[in-house]
Write a protein that binds this ligand. Structure first.
Ligand SMILES: Cc1ncc(COP(=O)(O)O)c(C=O)c1O
Length: 392
């Protein structure tokens, strides 16, 4: 079977710096033509030289495909993991992980601030299969410890969180998880592996929506899992094939292409966001700015310890409640009104009515006066001018 030998080649790149790994890990020249970019192997099946005689180890593209393998190797190298797996979406990756690790009767601890779709997966899908969950503020280590019981199998963390930009101390929670004998899963979508490396801090699995900063251009939907451990990676690869929600060859290729500029993009996202935060904190219509780079943010010191910089996501609350927040979103012009995040273009949205509508009425409900920005890499002066006019 394809797998171990191909996918643990991240070792080859472990001595390299991040930017180099982003460009080279998994991106070996095509052995047939010398093409410096891995081709899009848009193929479902592979000719066998006699029954079982596989030329490159590939037999059927749900099990493995060379373009997806290139991406999976790259993902493992970027997160410093043993195994990377690419899926059709972030939620497909999460679903595979949960149905691999959990059985009826198990319990999980989930954060009180997380992507609404992740909460919906737990509350509306996984729970129906007899898995229950407790919601905890994962910024509070004692609260997480108290939420763990003898049926707990995993702790789920999202840091920075969506949309409140809460920060969880990954290393401290990894200590709680280890002590309890449960797995720690970290959704690293907001930070990307350039800003934060959860596996090095003790997490067992990293989850990504590749749709966001990894792809980086709002032109693909994808997801990933990266494991610290080879055996868990194997188990997940088995389920990835058994369940089938794989990333296709073209989607894998486009994410691999996006990742090559991840480091430079993230630097600019963070730089622009810091300037926008400075303006928002002084604006009379803004009542609160949520950004881990602000010294008054409760997670600031932890973020400074575990992140390279504070990223491109900002949330803020506006005077005048829900209608005022919706108006700001509607008035923005350069900031495109839309869901998702992490692309080169700036986006604005109202989480209560858009990305987080699915958590209304739950412990994860978000404030109605909240606006979320995904700060792109345009010229920051243009972005500042647009926000000033949107705020009125
Ligand atoms: C933090 C986070 N995790 C996971 C997901 C789910 O990813 P996808 O939309 O690719 O399924 C999202 C999507 O917005 C997200 O923001």
């Amino acid at each position: 079977m394809v797998g171990t030998t191909l996918l643990t080649m991240s070792d080859q790149h472990s001595h390299q710096n991040f930017e180099t790994r982003a460009i080279h890990a998994g991106n070996t020249a095509d052995p047939l033509t010398g093409a410096v970019v891995p081709p899009i192997y848009q193929v479902s099946t592979y000719k066998q030289d006699g029954v079982g005689g596989l030329r490159g180890g590939y037999e059927y593209s749900r099990s493995a495909n060379p373009t997806r393998t290139a991406l999976e190797e790259n993902l493992a190298a970027l997160e410093g993991g043993r195994r990377g797996l690419a899926f059709a979406s972030g939620l497909a990756a999460e679903d595979c992980l949960l149905r691999t690790l959990l059985s009826p009767g198990d319990h999980v601890v989930i954060p009180n601030d997380a992507y609404g779709g992740t909460f919906r997966l737990f509350a509306k899908v996984v729970q129906r299969w007899g898995v229950d969950f407790s919601v905890a503020n994962t910024s509070d280590i004692a609260a997480v410890r108290a939420a763990v019981n003898d049926r707990t199998k995993l702790i789920w963390v999202e840091t920075p969180s969506n949309p409140l930009l809460g920060i969880t101390d990954i290393e401290a929670i990894a200590g709680v998880a280890r002590h309890a004998g449960v797995k720690l899963v970290v959704d690293n979508t907001f930070a990307s592996p350039y800003l934060q490396q959860p596996l090095a801090l003790g997490a067992d699995v990293v989850v990504h929506s590749l749709t966001k900063y990894m792809g980086g251009h709002s032109d693909v939907v994808g997801g990933a899992l990266v494991t610290a451990d080879e055996a868990l990676g194997e188990e997940l690869a088995y389920h990835q094939n058994a369940m089938g929600a794989i990333a296709g060859p073209f989607d894998s290729w486009i994410v691999l292409r996006g990742i090559k500029t991840l480091a430079v993009r993230m630097d600019r996202h963070s730089e622009n966001a810091e300037k926008i935060v400075e303006m928002l904190t002084q604006h009379p219509k803004v009542t609160q700015v949520l950004y881990p780079g602000l010294p008054e943010h409760p997670g600031h010191e932890i973020a400074a310890k575990q992140m390279r910089s504070f990223g491109g996501m900002i949330s803020f609350r506006v005077q005048g409640g829900e209608e005022a927040a919706v108006e700001v979103c509607n008035r923005a012009q350069l900031f495109t009104l839309g869901e998702s995040l992490g692309g080169v273009e700036s986006l604005i949205e109202h989480p209560g009515r858009m990305t987080h509508a699915s958590v209304a009425g739950s412990a994860l409900e978000v404030p109605a006066d909240l606006v979320r920005l995904s700060v792109g890499i345009e010229n920051v002066d243009d972005l500042l001018a647009d926000l000033r006019q949107a705020l009125g």
